[in-house]
Design a protein around this ligand. Structure first.
Ligand code: DP6
Length: 384
């Protein structure tokens, strides 16, 4: 039986993959970005972090266990999240003297990812979103998802967008204290539910240069980066919000691919240069471009984060022409994970992409087929 002295709350939180990328901080302590960004939240059926936050008068120190391994939580970012959440709990306790004094108890947080950690699959985003949401629920905080996103942002920037489902923007804000730098929902998943995402895992290794380090090197040394932050991204944010509202996939795809390429161009413009995409990534670009050329319009959109894995967005009605072609190239591989993946019919490859197809076949180890999904979900399944 569960120990009555242990208070606990559990949540599932999703991964999000940006279509307008966050890259660069204007304040490293508060984790404030140099530009706004926008992402699609992916389905938790395929990719999620499950976290239980617990506290008890018997616990002696704060602890975080991820995938059965103890994590160092002394870092300023995790500490900032814990401090803010405890502060809010103290306000709850001050208002109502009858509630237990959880803010004074040590926390034990246990998390599990159902995907490779730090493989460029936005694990820190789901991780911090789950941590903040689970502790907020444990503390019965009245905070809105937007308020919690401001806290999660301090753990990892992209995490603020995982507090919402569907299509989510992170407004960079202008205040020095970061009070207006938070995420908001552009549209729920139900607004455009047929958005699909196919992840081609080109490496499940830990990344070479972390996003935190890479982006600050870019801020310091790339001139191209200033142009991106000041001119390119602001116009694209407006255009992206509009095409999501209109469910205009061709424009969504065009902006997504351009923004990924622009972000990786600033990485190349960093000195010394930072490389996240590799030959397999470039083969994925070639294959997507060939699919779009044959269709006569953009029916798929590639995007790459700080790693070589490709995320390919498309609309369900084009499954045959996008996932089908990728299945004919990669059909022998493990990991057409879901029922949906197994149901995809292999389709004929466009001409002239044999070399790219061969390279992709060699470099991709796993395929995850998923879709747009909802925000964090409370769970009664506890890990503590
Ligand atoms: C390329 O959110 O991991 O995925 O704030 O330093 O933790 P920190 O960085 P992080 O950076 C993500 C960068 C990106 C683009 C994006 O998700 O918008």
């Amino acid at each position: 039986m569960a120990d009555p002295n242990v208070h606990r709350s559990s949540t599932f939180a999703p991964v999000n993959i940006a279509v307008i990328k966050y890259w660069g901080k204007r304040d490293t302590a508060l984790n404030l970005p140099t530009n706004s960004s926008l992402s699609v939240t992916l389905s938790q059926d395929d990719l999620r972090t499950h976290t239980t936050a617990s506290c008890s008068p018997k616990f002696t120190k704060d602890e975080l266990v991820l995938n059965d391994e103890d994590q160092d939580i002394s870092g300023a970012r995790t500490q900032a999240c814990l401090r803010e959440l405890r502060g809010l709990r103290k306000e709850v306790e001050a208002k109502d003297g009858s509630v237990p004094k959880l803010s004074g108890m040590a926390l034990k947080i246990v998390s599990e990812n159902n995907f490779p950690t730090a493989a460029g699959l936005a694990s820190s985003a789901a991780g911090f979103a789950a941590l903040v949401r689970a502790i907020a629920d444990l503390y019965t905080l009245p905070s809105s998802p937007a308020e919690l996103s401001r806290i999660a942002r301090q753990g990892s920037g992209s995490a603020c967008r995982s507090l919402f489902g569907g299509y989510v923007a992170w407004k960079m804000g202008t205040e020095k204290d970061g009070s207006d730098s938070a995420a908001y929902e552009v549209a729920p998943a139900s607004h455009w539910p047929d958005m699909r995402a196919l992840i081609l895992v080109a490496s499940a290794e830990k990344k070479d240069v972390s996003s935190t380090v890479g982006m600050q090197a870019t801020v310091k040394t790339s001139e191209l980066f200033n142009h991106r932050a000041e001119h390119i991204v602001p116009a694209r944010m407006t255009a992206m919000e509009e095409c999501i509202k209109d469910r205009d996939f061709a424009t969504f795809a065009d902006l997504t691919m351009k923004d990924s390429n622009n972000f990786h161009a600033t990485c190349l413009d960093t000195s010394p240069p930072v490389f996240y995409m590799n030959d397999t990534s470039r083969a994925a670009v070639r294959v997507c471009e060939a699919i779009n050329t044959r269709a006569g319009k953009a029916i798929c959109a590639y995007t790459f984060d700080a790693g070589p894995n490709a995320v390919v967005y498309y609309i369900a009605e084009n499954e045959g022409q996008v996932a089908g072609i990728l299945k004919s190239i990669l059909g022998g591989k493990m990991g057409w994970n879901s029922l949906q993946g197994r149901a995809v019919q292999a389709a004929e490859m466009p001409k002239g992409m044999e070399i790219a197809a061969e390279m992709l076949e060699r470099g991709v180890s796993r395929i995850i087929l998923t879709a747009v999904g909802d925000g964090p979900r409370r769970s009664e399944e506890h890990l503590v």
